[in-house]
Each structure stands twice: as structure tokens, then as C-alpha cells.
Design a protein around this ligand. Sequence first.
Ligand code: ZN
Length: 242
Amino acid sequence: MRVLVLSDIHANFTALEAVLASVVTVDAVWCLGDLVGYGPDPNECIDRIRLLPNLTCLMGNHDAAVSGNKNIDKFNEEAEKSIQFTRKVITPQNLAYLKKLPEKVVTQMVTLTHGSPRNPVWEYLVEPFTAMMNFAYFNTQLAFVGHSHLPISFTIDPGGEKVYRVIIEGNQELKITSRAILNPGSIGQPRDHDPRASFGIFDPEESTWNIHRVEYDIEAVQKRIMSAGLPERQSQRLIDGW
Ligand code: ZN
């Protein structure tokens, strides 16, 4: 079984298309939230994601901010601008879709959230200490999260005393041998100074986790960001991947 794990698409349809074109057949798709926010193509991204086979899609903080009316004060001014833009252009069907996304999905095998198992929509898992606390908040062997836009993995030793953090560079395979929290990185706005779209392929039978990076036409997205009247910084950052 092969599962495509996506996160933080952030309304970047060109990056999403490049990723989907690069992936050979998968059995399921897990999308860890933030379909919208920052980028110019919220409807195109939601329409495309909804068509994917065996899809499980989670709610991200930007999805929550667009489809609800709470917590928008937690965003900085520029993120807030893109939330307002998204609210203006999103179709009623796509808004209803975002509203219904679950905050957490737990199967026999995995726990899926956007932020963290403890605080599913909002908490960032970047530091080993925070990850350590979160291992107590799920019972499955593995948890998958997004939100930090970093292809980062946390593993915990069998005694539960030490957490190891790896930020995965480029295309790499990890063999999963313990409990772990895995992040596929971001499709639409990578922040590890590698501008290529980032995603993961999880194979439960082989116990492998593969991070893949894919180039896409960044300039085309920058043009659409500017003509949508979105903040210039959102266009600049795509080039350098931060
Ligand atoms: Zn995000």
C-alpha cells in the first residue's frame, strides 16, 4: 500500500499540479490541511483535492479561519489579507467543504492532524520538547502532521525518554522503526530554504517514509499573486523557500 501525504498547499495550484503529475499510482491520499491561504488559487486547489481517490482531508488553521469567524486575530497582517481575499473569491460549495473538514482522524494505524495530536489545528511541532509532550496525546504508532512547512520527523526511543529530530533534506527515504511523528513539508510554501514543493509517500507494509521534492513554475504563481493584489512578500518567499 502506498499513501500520498500532502500538506499546506496554500492555494498554490501550479505546485499541486506538479506534485500530482510526478506521483505514480497511490492507494490513498491524506491531505493534512491548509488547502487555502497565502496563494492565489483557493478554488482550483480545493476542486482538485476533492477529486483525489480515497481521500482523507484534515482542517488546517487557514481553512478554519476562512470558513469560520474565530481566531483570525492570531494571524499576522499579511496572512489576514490573504484570508480576506480567500473569503471573497471562494465558492459557496468550497466554503462548505472547508467547514466540514475534521480536526483529527484516528485509524488503527495512524493519527492525522494539521498541527499536533494535542492541539490539532494550531500547535506547531518544531522543537523536540514539544514533540515529546505530544507523544502522550496519541496511541497509534505514527502521527502525521503539517503546519510547520518543514519536512521534519520526530522519533522516540522505546523507553519514551528521548526524542530525535531530523529535518529531511531533498529526496530521502526513512525506515520507520519506532513511534514517530512525520511531516511531509509543504506543497505550496516550503520554508526550509528549498523552494521545491515537498510531499511524502508512506508505505505501511515496507515501513518506509519517502520525502520527495518537485520543481514547479514559481514565476507563474508569483504573477497570479501580484495580479490578485496579495502581499508581495508572499510572492518573494516562494523563490527562496522560507
Ligand atoms: Zn500552513
